[in-house]
Ligand binder design. Structure first.
Ligand code: PMP
Length: 442
């Protein structure tokens, strides 16, 4: 790319008006050494263009929703139709029924669904519903899983599985953090220890069944079974945060994915409640949650757990979501994402190896992560114990060659249906040059 003077100028201007210059902290380049983030102005297919007219192959995919690439014609047409018909009524619509049916068919654990506006809202409400249903207050979650920015899930681990959480953000009272216990992912004994200490207070165990927030991390064989069994023995609900994972690997969620570790009994790992977002909005704002009918009966207007939203179920987001899922039903979609994912993941691993750079590639179909380390990454400690400076260097070397990744060593690369073998080939050539340059600085 030929420099980004316009992005730098826009960043200076943005800093005057928007706190930090960005509307979500992950968009800043803080985790990759700082400076102006790239200001994008147009996206089409696998590409987007920045304010200086540099073109990038996009693996950020807006942190996940853009699985069809930018401005997919079927989604664009649905959004235009929705705009022409009025974007918001404040009444129920038939579209919502159509979409709820589609989600239930793909994710049968969701007997009843409710639409909201973001993944944060979806997760936040599953916690409220679980508390209402069980009459208990505490939540157990797993280190490094991200569940949005509501108070209860911005809580960090205390000093072991049997200690209460500490606030992971200013503005969150200790009293709220004390309602949360955080244990390591892929560690059933730690979960059991937490349950043995706090069990009678635990409303729910919440997890990303396949992790997308400290790299792409598969549950180890038996982990989800162990988690569900321990929660059930304790009378706690199981909540799956499938905001990243639903419709990512196949037409369904992680909980219905045949690619879970061999021998996984899908019936035994079915959650009580599920939170959705990202892909199901086709690029417009959305979230959804749902689960077993008797639990969802807690939700207003039927039950005592309140949740509402002026924008919830708006026809524009629902129309985009329906169109996105329709497009994903095209035969061969996920096989193609898998093929391209293998080409990209294997190619990156080989190129790093050829230059003597330690790289752990975790790939699940069209999503992968690149950790600069020699050890496997199966939990958050292992993901933290990787070379952030090397990642920052790699990120910048790729950006200069027109390859856009998320500016954080923890985030995934997402392939879209708009990516082709040519895009992947160009990306691997860029990565080879990046690794070569990195090897020279070692
Ligand atoms: N859960 C998970 C697993 C997520 O990855 C995210 C967002 N990255 C959220 C919840 C929050 O979703 P949103 O940003 O739409 O509020």
């Amino acid at each position: 790319t030929a420099g980004r003077p316009h992005s730098e100028e826009l960043y200076r201007e943005a800093l005057e008006h928007i706190v930090g210059g960005v509307n979500s902290p992950s968009r800043s380049f803080k985790a990759v050494g700082g400076g102006a983030p790239v200001f994008m102005k147009r996206g089409q297919g696998a590409y987007f263009w920045d304010a200086d007219d540099n073109r990038y192959i996009d693996y950020l995919a807006a942190y996940g929703p853009i699985i069809l690439g930018h401005a997919h014609p079927h989604v664009t047409a649905a959004i235009c139709r929705a705009a022409e018909n009025g974007t918001l009524y404040g009444t129920p619509t038939e579209l919502e029924i159509t979409f709820a049916r589609m989600l239930k068919q793909a994710i049968p654990s969701m007997d009843k669904v409710r639409f909201v506006n973001s993944g944060t809202e979806a997760v936040m409400t599953t916690i409220r519903v679980a508390r209402a249903y069980t009459g208990r207050n505490k939540i157990i979650k797993f280190a490094g899983c991200y569940h949005g920015h509501s108070d209860l899930v911005l809580v960090a681990a205390g000093s072991g599985p049997s200690t209460l959480g500490i606030p992971d953000s200013a503005g969150i009272p200790n009293s709220i953090a004390h309602e949360v216990i955080t244990v390591p992912f892929n560690d059933v004994p730690a979960l059991e220890e937490a349950l043995s200490r706090w069990g009678s207070d635990v409303a729910a165990v919440m997890v990303e069944p396949i992790v997308g927030n400290f790299g792409m991390v598969m549950p180890k064989p038996g982990f989800l079974e162990g988690l569900c069994a321990a929660a059930r023995r304790n009378g706690s609900l199981v909540i799956y945060d499938e905001v990243i994972t639903a419709f990512r690997f196949h037409y369904g969620a992680a909980q219905t994915f045949a690619g879970l570790p061999e021998g996984t009994d899908l019936a035994a790992v079915e959650p009580d409640l599920t939170a959705l977002g990202k892909i199901i909005g086709g690029g417009l704002p959305i979230g959804a949650y749902g689960g077993r009918a008797e639990i969802m009966l807690q939700v207003a207007p039927l039950g005592p757990a309140y949740q509402a939203g002026t924008m919830a179920g708006n026809p524009a987001s629902i129309s985009a979501g329906i169109a996105c899922l329709e497009a994903l039903q095209e035969p061969g979609t996920y096989e193609r994402l898998d093929r391209l994912g293998a080409m990209l993941g294997d190619g990156l691993a080989q190129a790093a190896d050829a230059h003597g750079i330690a790289l752990t590639v975790n790939r699940i179909r069209g999503a992968l992560s690149t950790h600069f380390c020699a050890h496997p990454v199966t939990n958050y400690d292992e993901a933290q114990d990787t070379d952030g400076e090397q990642f920052a260097l790699f990120f910048r070397l790729m950006l200069e060659q027109g390859i856009c990744l998320a500016p954080s060593k923890y985030e995934a690369w997402f392939l879209t249906t708009a990516h082709t073998e040519d895009h992947v080939r160009a990306t691997l050539e860029a990565a080879d040059r990046a690794f070569e340059a990195m090897a020279q600085t070692q």
